[in-house]
Design a protein around this ligand. Structure first.
Ligand SMILES: Cc1cc2nc3c(=O)[nH]c(=O)nc-3n(C[C@H](O)[C@H](O)[C@H](O)COP(=O)(O)OP(=O)(O)OC[C@H]3O[C@@H](n4cnc5c(N)ncnc54)[C@H](O)[C@@H]3O)c2cc1C
Length: 415
């Protein structure tokens, strides 16, 4: 069924009581061509591109909870492509371009809003960093604008401009194509389109262990039975090392809690996505009117999806430093997700040391913006057993060779 104005009008006649489910809940088959573990954005996008671009439709996505219940449904929805090194810049810009067409492609409103993402510099040193970053963007053909203090003030009139401000704003770097999209809609849109192309999406189906024949991984053990596949893709974010351990190898991934929170909804008050280089705090306003606030990681490895209070306090202090007027708002909700951090803040899209098992992980704090691109290149790897040219540098080998793509400055902060 296609969503359209006509469909809405037709369903209005019956009180909107007969919309079909967005995807089926099929019984798992004993054998698939490809099994994807993890029903977050990356797993679902991979399944969709396997079916639509590579004609591989005997695909199952196995999700231990509900679709998008991991980081995909917990993130602050910021999109941008202003990365530093060519490998990342080209990949993330490809992903952003896919986002720009995604609502039409999936026939699903992902509520993309390219309202501009603004990184604030607070010192001479940070302004020099932003200028260097801007130069890199130009070399990579990515849009960006270096803004003066006065230009920033014009965009953000509510900004703290007191002479006693702890971190006075000196200028900023704006990517106008940056913005936000609705995170659940991205997961649901891909799930619906994958299902329509024959993919089996199986929720409440945790992968407990792998099945082997000699050196090769040939299937998975789940509470719903043993399922076999030619190739198995792992897209479980913060749980990548848990499943890698079950497959018999270690990954250079550390799992941390990353928190976010929202305020009560208010009338439109903040047009851009704003990030402070001084504190790592960032904020945007959702279409519902809530301010969506995030910051740095809880600084110890954890699988607790709650987050600790001192980190939250530091994030809120950073927000109020920038926008003192927001101090009157009440926080509505706070949560955390478990993110998969690697040393150079660059993803891993590669074959794993266990034959038959492939990896999509290492997105850390910034993999929402990468969902279309990540799914696209991971589907290519699973379908052809060769890396997509855009992901050729995102291998495990770089941790051995030292050829890291250190995006800590552009990706490591917050989102
Ligand atoms: C608070 C927060 C804010 C963020 N903000 C941004 C942002 O603004 N912009 C941005 O680009 N990125 C952001 N991110 C990062 C982004 O959310 C993630 O990188 C991205 O969602 C990862 O997607 P995924 O599909 O790989 O993982 P997930 O969405 O986490 O999906 C993995 C799935 O695997 C499932 N799973 C785990 N183990 C098993 C198993 N054994 N069997 C079956 N299923 C299993 C999980 O239940 C989960 O649903 C943020 C993250 C957090 C936590």
């Amino acid at each position: 069924m296609r969503f359209s104005a006509l469909a809405i009008a037709r369903h209005a006649l019956t009180g909107h009581a007969h919309w079909p489910p967005l995807w089926r809940s099929p019984t798992p088959q004993p054998r698939y061509d490809v099994i994807i573990i993890g029903g977050g954005g990356h797993g679902l996008a991979t399944a969709y591109y396997l079916a639509t671009l590579h004609g591989i439709r005997r695909v199952a996505v196995l999700e231990k909870g509900w679709l998008g219940g991991g980081n995909t449904g917990r993130n602050t929805t910021v999109l941008r492509s202003n990365y530093f090194y060519p490998e990342s810049a080209h990949f993330y810009d490809f992903s952003l371009r896919l986002y720009e067409e995604l609502a039409t492609e999936l026939n699903f409103n992902i509520m993309l809003s390219q309202r501009g993402q603004l990184t604030l510099g607070h010192s001479t040193h940070q302004m020099e960093m932003l200028a260097r970053w801007m130069n890199a963007l130009q070399l990579n053909g990515i849009d960006g604008e270096l803004l003066t203090q006065a230009q920033v003030r014009e965009l953000l009139p509510q900004l703290n401009d007191s002479p006693r401000a702890r971190y006075p704003v000196r200028g900023g770097l704006l990517q106008r194509r940056g913005g936000i999209a609705r995170h659940d809609a991205v997961a649901w849109g891909y799930a619906r389109a994958a299902d329509a192309n024959g993919v089996d999406i199986i929720q409440n189906c945790e992968v407990l262990d792998f099945m082997r024949e000699g050196e090769r991984i040939v299937g998975v053990r789940t509470p719903l039975g043993e399922l076999r596949a030619e190739r198995i893709g792992l897209a479980v974010a913060g749980h990548s090392s848990v499943l890698a351990a079950k497959a018999g190898f270690r990954l250079p991934v550390t799992s941390y809690a990353l928190q976010a929170c929202v305020t009560e909804p208010i009338k439109p008050a903040l047009e851009r996505v704003v990030l402070s280089m001084a504190t790592g705090t960032y904020v945007n306003q959702s279409d519902k009117g809530e301010l969506v606030i995030g910051g740095g990681l809880d600084l110890y490895p954890s699988y607790g999806q709650r987050g600790n209070l001192p980190t939250l306090q530091a994030v809120i202090a950073g927000l109020l430093e920038l926008f003192p007027t927001f101090s009157r708002l009440r926080l509505l909700r706070q949560w955390a997700g478990i993110v998969d951090v690697v040393h150079d803040s660059t993803p891993i899209i590669d074959r794993s040391p266990a034959r038959g098992l492939y990896l999509n992980c290492g997105w850390g704090t910034g993999g929402f913006k990468a969902i279309p691109g990540g799914g696209y290149v991971f589907a290519h790897l699973l379908a052809t057993d060769t890396p997509h040219p855009l992901a050729r540098a995102f291998t495990l080998h770089r941790f051995r060779s030292g050829a890291l793509i250190d995006e800590a400055a552009a990706a490591g902060i917050s989102h």
